[in-house]
Design a protein around this ligand. Sequence first.
Ligand SMILES: [Ca+2]
Ligand SMILES: [Ca+2]
Length: 313
Amino acid sequence: MMKLKGIAWLMLLGILLLPGPAVPAQPDRKSSAEEKKLAEASGKVEEQRKQEAAKREAWKGNKPKEEEVPVPAGEFFMGCNEQVDAECNDDEKPGRRVYVKAFKIDKTEVTVAQYRQCVEAGACNGDGLTMPFWAGADNEEHPEWAWACNWGKAERESHPINCLTWEQARAYCAWVGKRLPTEAEWEKAARGTDGRKYPWGNQGYGVVGQVANIADETAKRNQPNWAVATGYDDGYYGTAPVGSFPAGASPYGALDMAGNVWQWTADWYDDDHKFRAERGGSWFNQPSFTRASTRYGDAPTLRGISTGFRCVQ
Ligand SMILES: [Ca+2]
Ligand SMILES: [Ca+2]
């Protein structure tokens, strides 16, 4: 009796000492889901960093090589030359002589194909390139003009990249080891030293043949209300492939310094540092805008259908 009782006690003790079934801790569902999400996001960021580093490595020494034209050091006439130009705006005055150090400028505007290489290398981003954004004006996207953005349109690989911010342009130039031109550099490259009105000289549109892609008779057929260069037909409503108008070359051989797309420059347009200066006019503009000394300013977050860029070094 005592023995059995002892065994029973031992059995009971055994049961008590046995590790009980693991009671699953009630998971905090919310926090574990968040943790998983966080882990995934940080994993993704890490993976993205690795991919970008690998791409940068792969592109080393294999970046786009834009054709460049040299511009020698020296003074040039900058701003409004009232002797040859009756269309100047106040922001171009007074005309003056400005010294610029020697530099090289891209012969053409940066193309969609070139910009894509920078995106593929992970050094540029493709944010917003297909959707115009009128920064500083109405601060809205303009889907009705999205057709005019060149990114992602197979037949426009050799057209200028447009619909991109000032920062996106800056990043590209930095990637290829260059920079955006100052306004003075841009203008000297566009008109040489003698204060001419246009890159090719002083003769206006319609007199010197096809020299630039601006708002012309072709544009008028698409936009009957536009002010255009009457009697001048360059054959393009939107942008043209870069370098399509060799007759409009500047004294140093730079192309499309008038028309096609405006080009972001390194300089602020205004003393308040709200707008970056753009130069050269575009397919969107009438002749009074597409002159060598025309200046324009836009908020750097603009993604304009008529704004692109080129680099200098
Ligand atoms: Ca045109
Ligand atoms: Ca241009």
